[in-house]
Structures are given as C-alpha cells and as structure tokens.
Design a protein around this ligand. Structure first.
Ligand code: GDP
Ligand code: IMO
Ligand code: MG
Length: 441
C-alpha cells in the first residue's frame, strides 16, 4: 500500500474531471475525504459505461470497502445527502458501510437556499450565477458563528433552540429586504429531522476516523471540489464560491495537520471551461467554442447549465500551480481536442497596449485582458489511449509545451470519461523524480 497522502484540486474553474480521477486513485488509498464545498459540486464517474454523478458523497464511494468521509469543511444539506444516499443505494451501493459524516459540518437550511436564490434575483444582471444550493449563506452563518452543525441535530431540543432564532433572522432578511416569502422554521425542523434519520448513524468525529486510517499506514486522499479560481480568497472575486477550494483548505477542512499533505495533484482540463459569471480571458464565442462545448459535453452535471469554453490558459495554470503547491498535473479531456487542425495555448495577456505573462488578481483588470496565443499543430486521435507511447507526436508536443509553461510535470493523462481511459506518466504515489511528457527528467 502506498504511503503518500494526496490532495486533489481543480486548477481552473471546476469540472476539470476531479471525480473520475479520484475514483481511479481510490483503488490505492485507505480513505477519501471531501474537505470543502457542498452539493454545488457535481463529480461524474463512468464505470463500464454507467454514469454516476456525485454531489456531496466522496468520489471513492464506488470502490467497495474504502471509507469515504465528508469532512468538517463541507456544508451539508441533510435533504440532499439523503437523496444521494438513496440514489446510490437503489443502484446497489452499500453506502452506509463506507460513509462517515463529520459532526462538525455546517448544515444547509431551506432558508439558506431561499436567501441564495433571493440574492441572485436581486442582483439581476450582476448575478454570480450560483448553483442556488444555499452554499454562500451557509458559509456566511458559519463565519458569523450563528450556524448549525451536524452534531446539533443529535439533540432535538438543542437543534430547535438554534434553528428557531436563525430562521427568524433569515425571514427578517427575506421579507423585509428581499420582499420574498418567509420560510417555516417548523417545516425546516421536521424536514431535516426526517432526513437525519437516514444518516444520523454515520455521524462521527471524522478527524479521528482519518487519523486511524493514517495510523494503519494507509494513504489518505483529500478530495477538492470546485476549482482554484472559485476560491473565496484566491479566486476571481466576487465571481467565486464561498469556500477555500485550494490545497491549503485540505487541512482545516478535515482536521488533519498540514504536514499530512505530501503531494498535490492538480486536475487540469486540456482547454478551459467556466460555469456562471466572471472573467474568462480565453473564452471563445465562436464555432470553435461551440465545438469544444459539444465534443466535451460541457453542460453542468448539477444544474445542466451550458459551460463557457475556451483555449488552455497557461497564465492561470501557473498561478494555480504556485497557490496549490502542485506536485503534478492530471491533464484531462485531451481527446476533446482531437481532430482540430491547430490548437491554441494562451501564453500572455494584453492590456492597454502592454503584454505581460502574470495573471492579474484584480477581476476588473482580468476582465479587460486579451489573450495572446501560441498555435500548435493538431492531431487525429488520442481518445482512449492508455499508453503515452501511443500518442500522436503533435499531442505529445502539446503536453510538453503545457509542462514547460506551467512548470509542473504531468502525472496522469485522461483520454476519455471511462475509468480506464487514463495513462500514467508519473505515478502520483511514487517518490521518484518525475519525467516530462518527452520522457526526460
Ligand atoms: P468534476 O466536477 O471536476 O468532477 O468534473 P465533472 O464531472 O463535473 O465534469 C467533467 C466531465 O468530463 C464529466 O462528464 C466526465 O465524465 C467527463 N470527463 C472526465 N475526463 C474526461 C476525459 O478525459 N475525456 C472526456 N471526453 N470526458 C471526460
Ligand atoms: P465541481 O466540484 C463549476 C460556481 C457556480 C458559480 C459560483 C458560485 O463540480 O467542479 P455557489 O453555488 O458555489 O455559490 O456558486 O461557483 N460553481 C462551480 N462551477 N464546478 C463546480 O463544482 C462548481 N461549484 C460552484 O457556477 O459561478
Ligand atoms: Mg463538476
């Protein structure tokens, strides 16, 4: 059994293919733990042609016997979790034998969802384009120290004593500020209690569960949701989610100290996509963008919204590599670029007549940047390739160029949605020095 503990993060704006890769890596670890976000995530696994979309439950759940932990950094909707457990159970997955829910997760209430949606409506054309799942308001209440934790649900009196004033406060905002309907505290109480019956037995001091796995000498896989530039601190603010999505959050979101993190794998789409509003320098509004969207099936797995598409942006990746301490990249969806005569990589930005190679952190400036592209010859087919030696030369050159520009070696290459459509360039668990896509150290 390998020893390394690995954090997996999205390096762009989410939907890079994290779920697929986590499922693949789970084969070799002692547990998988989600450390942030909530059911705004949508992680797709395709196994023997069968598609499973996970929202809250870690993407290791389809590997029998591997404990899957929802860590304390996650915001948890009891109703969404119950639905997801039931969906998986109906397909024969024994969820309860694997799933652990942290007693310290913040609870998403119906009034958080109402507030999220009311705020988006009030913002009109300036809306963030949230998933409408109550993520932002729940994190707000957590930071304001008035939130409800999963452990509060264990005692009904305690739960009600915290819920009633909180819903009253939410209703004040909903009715007086947003002119919306109030939410019933009693109905929320009943709905959550009912949902809790389904997973109450899975609640634990999750940090101790993970610690026990570590003490057995087994690896821990930390599963990130969303992507680096949706990070509340490091992303394209305010067009971000409300959690820290970068690798540093793996520690605080699970209760495992930072020295437990030995490797960070950055999941990176071979091009770029984004759902919702916000700056996106390489976005394509033309036929090429449509071709990427169609070939890549770029529609949100949770909301069904079309994803905005564009070429690979080396500037954002370089910043992502630094902010996450990336040890390796997993380049996904290379097959979506199959058949293009040429492919482009953004290597610099232009702003007010100046050219520069560092991504600005100010979203207003980023919005005004124009991409400067390098064009490379395309290739025929990479779909399904599992051995890098079988890649067309032009595809290999693309990988080498990505590595050069980002400054991080590619560990894994994904060439299709299926579990087995993956090539290993550098084993993410190995201690050996990584080679580049050309096979050089
Ligand atoms: P996540 O949120 O990062 O887990 O990514 P999503 O599951 O939301 O979106 C990624 C989509 O791409 C899913 O539909 C996957 O099945 C699919 N996918 C993952 N890797 C590949 C790949 O290498 N090639 C292709 N064509 N599809 C992929
Ligand atoms: P996975 O884990 C892509 C985006 C939303 C919106 C912004 C804020 O599947 O990669 P929120 O509901 O979180 O307050 O919305 O963040 N967003 C995602 N985009 N993939 C995701 O998750 C996302 N989760 C949130 O579209 O722009
Ligand atoms: Mg997704």
């Amino acid at each position: 059994m390998p020893k390394k503990n690995i954090v997996v993060v999205g390096t762009q704006w989410g939907d890079e293919g994290k779920g697929k890769v986590i499922d693949w890596l789970t084969d070799r670890v002692g547990c998988v733990v989600r450390f942030q976000g909530g059911h705004n995530a949508g992680h797709t696994l395709v196994i023997n042609g069968k598609k499973t979309i996970l929202r809250l439950i870690p993407s290791g759940i389809l590997r029998e016997g591997v404990p899957c932990v929802i860590g304390n950094g996650v915001v948890l909707s009891p109703v969404a979790l119950t639905q997801e457990i039931e969906e998986l159970e109906s397909t024969g997955v024994d969820v309860k034998s694997q799933l652990v829910v942290s007693a310290s997760c913040s609870v998403i209430l119906p009034s958080h969802i109402a507030l999220d949606q009311a705020r988006e409506r009030a913002k009109g054309k300036n809306a963030i384009g949230t998933t409408g799942r109550g993520i932002g308001p729940t994190y707000e209440d957590k930071v304001a120290r008035r939130g409800i934790h999963v452990c509060d649900l264990l005692d009904k009196d305690r739960f009600w004593s915290k819920l009633e004033p909180l819903v009253e406060y939410h209703n004040f905002l909903l009715t007086n500020y947003y002119n919306e309907e109030p939410v019933s505290a009693k109905e929320s109480f009943d709905e959550i209690n009912k949902a809790f019956e389904k997973f109450g037995s899975l609640v634990a001091d999750s940090a101790s569960v993970i610690e026990a796995v570590k003490n057995k000498g087994e690896s821990i896989l930390f599963e990130g949701a969303q992507g680096t530039f949706l990070d509340i601190d490091l992303g394209t603010y305010p067009y971000v989610t409300s959690s820290n999505t970068t690798a540093g959050a793996a520690s605080v979101g699970t209760g495992m100290g930072p020295l437990n993190i030995e490797s960070v794998l950055g999941i990176t789409k071979a091009y770029t996509t984004r759902v919702g509003a916000g700056p996106f320098v390489t976005e394509l509004h033309d036929e090429t963008g449509m071709r990427l969207a169609e070939k890549g099936n770029e529609f949100g797995s949770v909301t069904g919204r079309p994803r905005r598409c564009g070429w690979f942006d080396a500037l954002i990746l370089r910043r992502s590599a630094r902010m996450n301490s990336l040890s390796g990249l997993c380049l996904t969806k290379l097959d979506v670029l199959d058949g293009f005569d040429t492919v482009k990589i953004c290597v610099a930005y232009k702003l007010n007549g100046e050219t520069f190679t560092e991504m600005p952190m100010d979203s207003d400036l980023l919005e005004q940047c124009e991409p400067v592209y390098e064009e490379m010859p395309g290739w025929d087919v990479t779909a399904g390739i599992q051995n890098i030696d079988n890649l067309p030369e032009a595809a290999k050159n693309y990988l080498v160029r990505v590595e050069e520009l980002v400054g991080v070696p590619i560990s894994l290459l994904s060439t299709g949605p299926g579990r087995t459509e993956i090539a290993v360039l550098n084993d993410p668990f190995s201690e050996e020095t990584a080679v580049n896509a050309a096979g050089e150290i």
